[in-house]
Design a protein around this ligand. Structure first.
Ligand code: ATP
Ligand code: MG
Length: 437
């Protein structure tokens, strides 16, 4: 043992691209999550939680083999105990659909669900792009109508507004991917276009030319941009039913006063989408400008062995949303206790602790320095701590007051307000006054 003790051990670090969220930052996270929870309640969406690890086959079958995620971004490994092929979930929808099929959870009719998930993708870490990140994921399962697509888009707008974001901060882009037959016709035209411009195709594009040409439209390579912009548009291959679906979504959005851009190049990163696809985009985060993306995925349940079940959903990146909120200077309320308890010595500690319990029982948030072992320090230094805590009031548990069965109350906001004495025996009563103050 001694030989280990004598040398200082090296400190370990988090995995690259995976972030710690420390208290200085978590306040913002909780504020955001509270807004989300309230939104879900207003729209009648119920919370679901599925495992972070799933069989690799779920994502290969669900997302499509020729996608960025499945080809190069998944954290996949073999269970060393039994050799099972497993993957840290790179997205939320496939796992939720798997769970619904496995538990026959839609036996009673359609379901609206949401989840707050950690996701894992082996990407190049940069601002707004991490290897572990978080999403609010929302799914309406068993609904075929365009009204639900519109509901989900309006729900995003409601959340963005609740967070204090304006129409200039983030906007909606919309497209339709049609149905499989329409995509096949478009695909043939697309391959012909790409073949005619073989000289500009990068390696990824060449590889995908025949396996998944639509994916080429999702390229982030600037050198291919103008060639991709000139490619045949899926919109021109849509039949009557697909166009009617899109128009029905647009009618609701228009009536609700939600402006959007039709973006014929919007294809999303997974193969499971059909008909409506959308993204919420900002120009405040550089190249990581998509904060939310979603769409309809009517074929995914069958793809994963379930009954045909139309569905639509979206995912919002929490890190990117928080960066956006910071960029626009959104006001995040600070978290502070109602009361800071100042204890002047060991004699008053027990009474102070018992009184604080009563106050907390009455719903107050109470903080104490907690230095019984190291000494309480001067009253002045304790007042400094009280101020730093952001508390509205200080309660001073001094020996003289305690001897009279009282505690002193001082306002930390209003320096002119006189100090008052409050009866310890009535703590539950005046706690209510402090809470409402
Ligand atoms: P991008 O095109 O930026 O890679 P994506 O299309 O891969 O995004 P989705 O899979 O649709 O993204 O996920 C929805 C949202 O999740 C994105 O709009 C973004 O806010 C967030 N997101 C995706 N990948 C990351 C990541 N690596 N780090 C942080 N947030 C991410
Ligand atoms: Mg991506």
């Amino acid at each position: 043992m001694t030989e280990f003790k004598s040398r200082k051990l090296e400190a370990l670090q988090a995995v690259k691209g995976m972030n710690d969220i420390l208290p200085a930052e978590s306040t913002r996270w909780e504020w955001f999550e509270d807004k989300v929870r309230a939104l879900m309640a207003r729209y009648g969406y119920l919370n679901v939680r599925t495992p972070m690890v799933e069989p690799t086959a779920l994502f290969v079958r669900g997302l499509g083999e020729v996608t960025d995620i499945v080809e190069k971004e998944m954290y996949s490994f073999e269970d060393s105990m039994n050799g099972d092929k497993l993957t840290l979930r790179p997205e939320a929808t496939a796992g939720i659909v798997r769970a619904m099929v496995e538990h026959n959870a839609l036996y009673n009719g359609p379901l609206r669900v949401w989840s707050n998930v950690s996701l894992f993708r082996h990407e190049r870490p940069q601002k707004g792009r991490y290897r572990q990140f978080h999403q609010i994921d929302v799914e309406a399962l068993g609904f075929a109508g365009p009204d639900v697509d519109a509901e989900q888009i309006l729900m995003c707008r409601a959340l963005l507004r609740d967070l204090g974001l304006g129409d200039n901060d983030v906007w909606l882009e919309l497209n339709s991917l049609g149905e499989p037959a329409e995509r096949m016709a478009h695909r043939a035209a697309l391959i012909a276009h790409f073949e005619a411009h073989g000289d500009v195709l990068d390696d990824d594009a060449k590889r995908r030319l025949h396996s998944n040409p639509l994916r080429i439209l999702d390229t982030k390579n600037p050198a291919m941009r103008s060639m991709v912009d000139a490619a045949p548009k899926l919109m021109d291959f849509l039949g009557e039913a697909s166009l009617a679906h899109l128009n029905a979504v647009r009618t609701v959005l228009d009536a609700a006063g939600l402006a959007y851009r039709i973006n014929p190049r919007l294809v999303r990163g997974m193969d499971y989408y059909n008909l409506t696809v959308f993204e919420w985009i900002t120009d405040k985060l550089g190249s990581q400008g998509t904060v939310c993306g979603g769409g309809r995925y009517d074929g995914l349940f069958e793809q994963l062995g379930g009954k045909p079940t139309p569905a639509v959903g979206w995912g919002m990146g929490i890190e990117r949303m928080l960066l956006l909120l910071e960029a626009v200077g959104a006001a995040v309320p600070a978290v502070a206790p109602n009361v800071f308890a100042i204890v002047t010595g060991a004699d008053s500690l027990t009474t102070a602790m018992v009184t604080c319990e009563t106050l907390r029982g009455a719903g107050l948030s109470v903080q104490m320095h907690g230095a019984s072992a190291t000494g309480w320090g001067s009253i002045k230094s304790q007042f400094k701590r009280a101020d730093a805590s952001g508390a509205r009031f200080a309660l001073i548990f001094g020996a003289d007051e305690l001897a009279r069965g009282e505690v002193a109350l001082k306002s930390l906001r209003d320096a002119g307000a006189a100090q008052r004495s409050l009866p310890l025996a009535q703590a539950a009563v005046w706690a209510a006054d402090l809470r409402n103050a």
